[in-house]
Design a protein around this ligand. Structure first.
Ligand SMILES: [Zn+2]
Length: 447
């Protein structure tokens, strides 16, 4: 175990297509203008998106693995020639002094059998947009097998790998992938046959939970009536009162956390047991959502923290900038509950995201998976860091921040908070327009 060794990682996510197209320019710029020491690469290879799509990275993806990888389910894999191309990129990055991190979202299933998908409380499968990925259920043995095969394949075939980070160990939350055709039922999974079987084993009343989930859904998706005149002020006391009357709902959230933890452990075991293509074994880490949200989406970060070599806490602009407004606007529309801005503020307060802007600046549609450019409150990072101050050792915590729209000023504000809290390491997600020479030069002194 290498868990007690401080992890030094200043990592930047680079989309595969840009990496292959502008390899040397990218390495030159990163070394000239930044302190980035690690290149983060996705487990799935996606070609560049066409104009008009939503900036989702996982469109039409193939596993970034050699075609000899043996999956037991249908998975699109790279050809030998394509894999040689990405392997060459990794070797060159290494020779230029960069470390390599593999970013793996094992529950994002690309075009595999639909029997692996999560199922909502109405029995509907979450298959997502065509040619994109869908969420697999962590209790489904085919999903476990897929994830284990994937991580073993990555560790066994990538010519260089210093870190393997498991991402999105969570139930669906990325509602922007289906925007504007949003269905809030996507948030209330999973009730598939494997979850039913697991619940029977644990003597957990999943059917009872399903009724309470359905009741919750009705309360946020049907018009307020005189019998339920809750259109007025709504806050944490109302949430508490609601939960007290529905104990199975809370127990269900815990059932989801246990299911996800079991799944995370099975992947960690596969990673620890895999033999690397060359060199020493990679350190294994995991990402978790905003600390105020993590448990609600199934990630028990406190239980997982001691098991992994490092843990990346996410401060994603897409929570305040698209997921939250999508959810609250939908609730306002369905319940006819009046001012949607009031509901946005209330939800921000419940999740401790900071008050946010008085006026949200629209990006004119979905851009870099965001609807608004200014929804991240500068205080969000500060507020959320307090919630994980008990996790020890601190050297295992690596904050994860976003750069979108080429907005270096916003990135600077977030990094400054992290520096104030003594964090020297970070992982950064950026889109192609943030990785131009001009933008990387502007980011000098920031990352
Ligand atoms: Zn399930």
């Amino acid at each position: 175990m290498v868990g007690l060794v401080a992890t030094r990682m200043r990592a930047l996510y680079v989309p595969w297509e840009l990496a292959l197209r502008e390899r040397d320019r990218l390495f030159d710029d990163l070394q000239a203008w930044t302190k980035i020491d690690t290149i983060m690469l996705l487990d799935l290879y996606s070609a560049r998106l066409r104009t008009g799509t939503h900036g989702v990275t996982y469109h039409n993806s193939q596993a970034a693995l050699p075609p000899t990888t043996q999956f037991n389910s249908p998975v699109r894999i790279m050809s030998a020639g394509e894999f040689a191309g990405i392997a060459d990129f990794m070797r060159t990055a290494r020779s230029r002094g960069f470390k390599i991190a593999s970013l793996v979202a094992p529950l994002f299933i690309p075009a595999a059998g639909e029997s692996m998908a999560c199922v909502d409380f109405t029995g509907r499968k979450l298959l997502g947009p065509k040619d994109s990925v869908f969420y697999g259920c962590p209790n489904n043995p085919a999903v476990v097998d897929y994830g284990q095969t994937f991580v073993r394949g990555l560790i066994g075939s990538w010519p260089a790998m210093d870190y393997l980070s498991l991402d999105h160990l969570e139930y669906p939350i990325n509602l922007f992938t289906s925007y504007p055709n949003v269905d809030l039922r996507d948030l209330f999974v999973c009730f598939c046959e494997w979850c039913q079987m697991r619940a029977r084993e644990e003597e957990f009343d999943l059917e009872g939970a399903k009724e309470e989930v359905a009741s919750l859904f009705r309360s946020i998706s049907s018009p307020r009536t005189r019998a339920r005149p809750t259109a007025g002020p709504f806050g944490s006391a109302d949430v508490l009162a609601f939960l007290v009357r529905r104990p199975q709902l809370t127990a269900w959230l815990d059932f989801r956390r246990r299911s996800m933890t079991r799944y995370a452990r099975s992947l960690l075991d596969a990673c620890r047991g895999a033999s690397p293509a060359r060199g020493s074994k990679p350190k294994i880490g995991f990402y978790f959502q905003l600390p105020s949200l993590s448990n609600l989406v199934g990630t028990d970060h406190e239980t997982l923290f001691p098991l992994f070599d490092y843990a990346c806490v996410k401060f994603p602009d897409y929570i305040p900038g698209s997921v939250l407004p999508i959810v609250t606007d939908k609730i306002s529309e369905k319940t006819r509950a009046g001012d949607k801005m009031v509901l946005r503020s209330t939800m921000r307060e419940l999740l401790d995201l900071g008050p946010g802007p008085k006026r949200y600046r629209p990006l004119g549609g979905m851009k870099d998976v965001l609807l608004y450019s200014n929804a991240t409150d500068p205080s969000m990072v500060e507020r959320q860091l307090k919630r994980i101050s008990g996790l020890k050792p601190r050297t295992k915590i690596i904050p994860h921040v976003w750069e979108h729209n080429g907005d270096v000023a916003s990135l600077r504000a977030k990094i400054e908070v992290l520096r104030r809290h003594g964090f020297r390491d970070y992982t950064v997600w950026a889109f192609e327009d943030g990785l131009t020479r001009e933008n990387l030069r502007t980011a000098s002194g920031v990352i």
